[in-house]
Design a protein around this ligand. Structure first.
Ligand SMILES: *[C@@H]1O[C@H](CO)[C@@H](O)[C@H](O)[C@H]1NC(C)=O
Ligand SMILES: *[C@@H]1O[C@H](CO)[C@@H](O)[C@H](O)[C@H]1NC(C)=O
Ligand SMILES: *[C@@H]1O[C@H](CO)[C@@H](O)[C@H](O)[C@H]1NC(C)=O
Length: 467
């Protein structure tokens, strides 16, 4: 009766294959373990290896060997239990051989494979893939520090989120860092020394003049920073700010800024004409004659949209919004004249961006790109971004940011991508990032910036999401 034999025979054959596959897995896992433990110095047989370990210790400083070992252990357990289950199933089938009703139906067989074999195998496979080993070149480079706690988490998305996103061009970005450190605060572990310096103060007395240390910690992923119980220093003389009908378009009084951590000592020095001004991004931003032209003066570039045009798309509907940019609040100032309240993100990148925005009578939001926006879902009428996102940005990072913007934008709200630029060859990738949300396109303009670079400006509307 060859037909009856079919499920049993092929089951046995498949079991054999599975065991082979499992065997392969076990070998890989064992190799991983060996490598990790060897590197961690758990098998020290001779002086050579000890010396290797002493050398490697610097590299592994911060690399979380324990959690790595835990993950490997977890995979091994999964594999072992799977193998036991398969073996006992085969034994059971051997016993039932010849008994009436001893063979299983195709359907049962399929269910068995899916539930009892493929699922746990897939689990083990994923767990194995998630194990991050230090790369060989990192071992050679003793100055490299493994990011802490990534192996502590099992969920792939957390791991993706907190893995630092290196700048695409490999250079230092506008924030003075090699990448963006999306954070759940874990990176404080990496900057123990700096964090300890930061938290080393006398309670209730004056804080050190160290906002730049605080900002450095934040930008490198120790974000949010702990609160402190000391008194922050102000400028020697603080004059009352100009009234709002004057402050929006006037360079503030320099005496209202504490200049000690900047290269410049007054606002005039921040002019783009001064090569020693101490900052590069948004170089004309401290010159009001230049700022006054933005978003109101028709330009020759089709990627320059005017505020009037944009607001005309949704008359009276735009009331509150966010400007995620590098600047001194000019967008918010113009929008204020249209009775729209805009919050402007700002970091003090070599110049007093936050102070300037606040002295103009606008709201600076001191936030790093590491962080989730402090707004609730579906609340903002408008998000505008310029001079911040451009071709340096890692795609996965951009994806996390755009989804966060999408979260806070209300249905019918507008996303204004203002002169985003990147190299021509990357444009498709970045365009996909924006198009994936299926927003309504009010405007979409691509125009050349230079020989290899292009600008993209877009005005997109978030659709209703009534689910
Ligand atoms: C090691 O890392 C440092 C800083 O991260 C870098 O400057 C240096 O070029 C690297 N060396 C090698 C051999 O990769
Ligand atoms: C601003 O308002 C104040 C009083 O509200 C007024 O005295 C002053 O002249 C105004 N300044 C300008 C430039 O309009
Ligand atoms: C803004 O609001 C004020 C007071 O309600 C009003 O007088 C002014 O016309 C409004 N401006 C715009 C551009 O809508």
């Amino acid at each position: 009766m060859p037909r009856l034999c079919y499920p049993k025979c092929s089951l046995v054959r498949i079991m054999g294959w599975l065991q082979l596959v499992l065997g392969g897995f076990v070998i890989i896992v064992s190799l991983c373990c060996l490598f990790a433990f060897y590197s961690a110095g758990l098998y020290l047989h001779n002086d050579d290896i000890s010396r290797h370990f002493d050398h490697a210790k610097d590299v592994y400083d911060g690399f979380d060997v324990k959690t790595l070992a835990d993950r490997v252990e977890e995979v091994l357990e999964k594999m072992e239990s799977l193998q036991n289950k398969l073996e006992s199933a085969v034994q059971k089938m051997e016993k039932q051989k010849g008994e009436p009703g001893g063979s299983i139906s195709r359907l049962e067989f399929k269910r068995y494979l899916e539930e009892e074999v493929i699922k746990p195998l897939y689990g083990a496979h994923i767990a194995l893939r998630q194990i991050r080993l230090p790369k060989a070149e990192w071992i050679r480079n003793t100055t490299f520090k493994e990011e802490p706690l990534i192996n502590y988490f099992v969920t792939e998305e957390i791991r993706k989120y907190i893995t630092p996103k290196g700048n695409k061009n490999g250079k230092i970005n506008i924030f003075g860092a090699k990448g963006i450190y999306n954070t759940i605060g874990h990176a404080c572990v990496l900057m123990k020394k700096e964090l300890e310096d930061y938290m080393d103060y006398d309670i209730s007395s004056f804080c050190n003049d160290d906002w730049n240390l605080a900002q450095k910690l934040m930008l490198h992923g120790c974000d949010p920073l702990p609160r402190r119980r000391c008194l922050t220093r102000a400028s020697k003389l603080y004059l009352k700010p100009y009234p709002i009908n004057e402050s929006l378009w006037k360079i503030p009084d320099g005496r209202n800024v504490r200049w000690s951590n900047y290269k410049c000592r007054n606002f005039e020095c921040l002019s783009s004409k001064n090569p020693q001004r101490g900052y590069t991004k948004c170089s004309g931003c401290f010159e009001m004659e230049k700022e006054k032209l933005k978003w109101v003066q028709t330009s020759s570039l089709p990627v320059d949209f005017l505020i009037d045009e944009v607001l005309a798309i949704k008359p009276g509907e735009m009331r509150i919004g966010l400007d995620y940019s590098v600047g001194t609040g000019t967008f918010a100032a113009r929008m204020r004249e249209h009775n729209v309240t805009i919050i402007s993100t700002a970091l003090n990148l070599g110049a007093p961006f936050n102070e300037m925005i606040a002295l103009r009578g606008l709201i600076p939001l001191y936030i790093t790109p590491n962080q989730r926006l402090p707004f609730f879902d579906n609340t903002m009428d408008l998000i505008h971004t310029t001079a911040f996102m451009d071709g340096w940005m890692d795609l996965l990072l951009m994806d996390f940011m755009l989804f966060d913007w999408d979260r806070v934008l209300r249905p019918g709200g507008l996303l204004w991508i203002d002169k985003f630029f990147c190299s021509r060859s990357d444009l498709d990738d970045y365009m996909y990032m924006l198009l994936q949300f299926r927003y309504k396109k009010h405007k979409w303009v691509v125009s050349p910036k230079s020989k290899d670079e292009v600008y993209l400006s877009a005005l997109l509307e978030k659709p209703p999401r009534s689910l």
